[in-house]
Design a protein around this ligand. Structure first.
Ligand code: MD6
Ligand code: FE
Length: 210
């Protein structure tokens, strides 16, 4: 237990931003099977940032467009650069879950066309960033956590704010949009552990309209 972290069952932690505990838990088996089927066609890979650093998180995608990074920048691409083929289709259980999570947070009618799948192993992290490759960034982002727990870092619209730390556990959903859509956020280095279904891994699905 990390008593220093906020752990209420449901929390509106900023204007337009909400954490829903356990929202995806009942679908865990199907979600994990779907991730593994996607990864069989479009394997997880560690991308390189525009600055030339290899990301500690491994990434794949499904849907009409996938988020990619390389020396040329961050962007969406309909083609997986590894296979030169389109990304796997977005499974119906993903679209449906994202739509329900968004609606529960006040964003009715969310229809994602891109799903970025992150895989963290112990030590992997995501430094503070804004999600701003989506044009225009008017739809919310829906994030689903599976496997090992992580500490979500939540800043404001500048990079320098000292971030709020929020524990994200298996099954939790985070939804944000509106006034906080472009806030900085990240994930602290994943602590070692063993999750009953996913062992030493954490998966994060982020759904967007690109
Ligand atoms: C993660 N998530 O939870 C990293 N971005 O692994 C993100 O960067 C993120 O969770 C936008 C919206 C929700 C997120
Ligand atoms: Fe993000």
């Amino acid at each position: 237990m990390q008593h220093s972290l906020f752990e209420p069952p449901e929390l509106s932690f900023a204007a337009g931003a909400m954490l829903l505990r356990d929202f995806a838990q009942t679908e865990e088996t199907d979600l994990i099977a779907a991730i593994e089927a996607i990864a069989a066609a479009a394997p997880f890979r560690q991308m390189v940032t525009p600055g030339g650093l290899t990301m500690s998180v491994a990434i794949t995608n499904c849907g009409a467009a996938g988020w990619i990074s390389d020396r040329a920048g961050y962007r969406y691409s309909a083609i997986d650069p590894l296979s030169q083929k389109t990304w796997p289709a977005m499974p119906e259980i993903f679209t449906n879950l994202a739509n329900r999570a968004a609606a529960a947070a006040g964003y009715a009618g969310f229809m994602p066309d891109a799903c970025l799948i992150n895989r963290y192993l112990p030590g992997a992290r995501m430094s503070l960033h804004q999600d701003r490759q989506e044009k225009p960034p008017d739809a919310p982002v829906v994030s689903i956590s599976l496997g090992l727990s992580a500490t979500f870092l939540w800043g404001n619209e500048t990079r320098n704010a000292r971030p709020l730390r929020l524990a994200l556990h298996h099954g939790d959903a985070v939804i944000w949009g509106g006034p906080s859509r472009l806030n900085f956020h990240g994930i602290a280095p994943l602590k070692p552990g063993t999750h009953p279904m996913l062992g030493d891994k954490r998966y994060n699905l982020t759904f967007r309209k690109h």
